[in-house]
Design a protein around this ligand. Structure first.
Ligand SMILES: *Cc1c(COP(=O)(O)O)cnc(C)c1O
Length: 349
């Protein structure tokens, strides 16, 4: 979901942005109007995340998946090994891509237990000479979330925060690089936001296309070529909305409450609904669940749709159901799902 006030503002401004007679989609990306939109979005993101001045913020195209390749292209810096944590389908995909560029040292993997937990940090097999360590703090598909940030000393920490960014406060200083596809918690699909510490730039592998070189992109303020202007603008409106909500910390409080309600409903259903993730590592953003009687799942989805509850089908890798309760999902939406789930048990349990 996107916040309703953001969509309404975009609607009001669609044909005529602030009296200019232009839609944002019609602006030159180098004109004063769009430059002001772009700068404000970056400022607001820096503000709500507390991004220090020695980090660059890039607004790029290609989605989060583009970073599966761009990270090794840019951050290996002459090294040939990188550490990767495998806790779900997305980190697994990042590993597959990184293998094209370097030796991947998988420091820990939960693949064999179907990605239902996060191994204790002390058990990870980290390489102190790795170029960086990559992980996905929230695994979107199976709903596994890290309750801690790994402390790996000098090795730069790289996080695919696509589905968790802005859902809870983070200390950016703990990371060498953060990236996030916009479509979960930021804005429209296609945009990816990259936050990178500036000392990691400028050592890109030779042969890397200019368009994939963080240094080139940073030097051009993400305008080496035409950026996804409308997605950038809408993301900026979402950042303003987050400020109006009292910032990331107050969203985090609401997110904890929303997630608790759903897991409590699942756990109180005496096995009617099931979520296999170790409770310590359950995601606040993505709540997958199955029915004990899987034949009822299509019925569940059909009745949910009738009740106005959409987008509950689980990821195609996994089936079942998944409630994605990103920042813009109001608590009332979670309450509606909870009462539907309880009613469904009464009708079919
Ligand atoms: C959605 C998602 C991606 C993929 O994003 P695209 O924009 O489709 O490339 C990658 N990582 C995580 C954690 C995601 O949730």
């Amino acid at each position: 979901m996107l916040p309703q006030p953001v969509l309404e503002q975009a609607q009001r401004e669609m044909l005529n942005w602030q009296g200019t007679g232009m839609s944002v989609m019609e602006m030159s990306h180098r004109g004063a109007e769009f430059m002001s939109i772009a700068a404000r979005a970056e400022e607001d993101l820096r503000d709500i995340m507390g991004i220090p001045p020695n980090y660059k913020v890039l607004f790029l195209q290609g989605g989060a998946s583009s970073q599966f390749a761009m990270v090794p292209m840019n951050l290996l810096r002459g090294k040939c090994t990188a550490d990767y944590v495998e806790t779900g389908d997305w980190s697994s995909k990042a590993i597959q891509e990184a293998k094209k560029y370097c030796n991947v040292n998988v420091v820990t993997s939960t693949k064999i237990s179907r990605y239902t937990s996060v191994p204790a940090f002390t058990s990870w097999n980290c390489n102190p000479n790795a170029a960086y360590l990559h992980y996905a703090p929230n695994e979107t598909i199976r709903g596994v979330e890290f309750p801690f940030v790994p402390e790996i000393g000098e090795v730069p920490l790289v996080a695919d925060m696509s589905s968790g960014i802005l859902s809870r406060p983070v200390n950016v200083n703990q990371f060498g690089l953060i990236y996030a596809g916009a479509q979960k918690n930021i804005g429209p699909a296609g945009l990816v936001v990259v936050i990178v510490r500036d000392d990691l730039l400028g050592n890109t592998a030779s042969g890397t296309p200019a368009l994939y070189d963080y240094q080139v992109l940073a030097d051009h303020h993400s305008m080496y070529n035409t950026p996804p202007t409308y997605a950038w603008y809408l993301s900026g409106l979402v950042f303003q909305w987050i400020k109006q909500q009292g910032g990331v910390a107050s969203l985090a409080t609401a997110n904890v409450r929303k997630a608790r309600k759903l897991y409590a409903t699942i756990d109180a259903s005496q096995g009617f609904y099931q979520n296999p993730v170790d409770p310590q590592y359950r995601s606040r953003m993505n709540v997958p669940f199955m029915l004990a009687d899987r034949r009822h799942e299509n019925l569940f989805l059909a009745e949910a749709l009738e009740a106005g509850l959409t987008n509950l089908k689980g990821h195609r890798f996994l089936g079942g159901m998944r409630a994605s309760i990103y920042n813009a999902m109001p608590e009332a939406g979670v309450d509606a799902l909870v009462s539907f789930m309880q009613g469904f048990i009464q009708r079919h349990g």
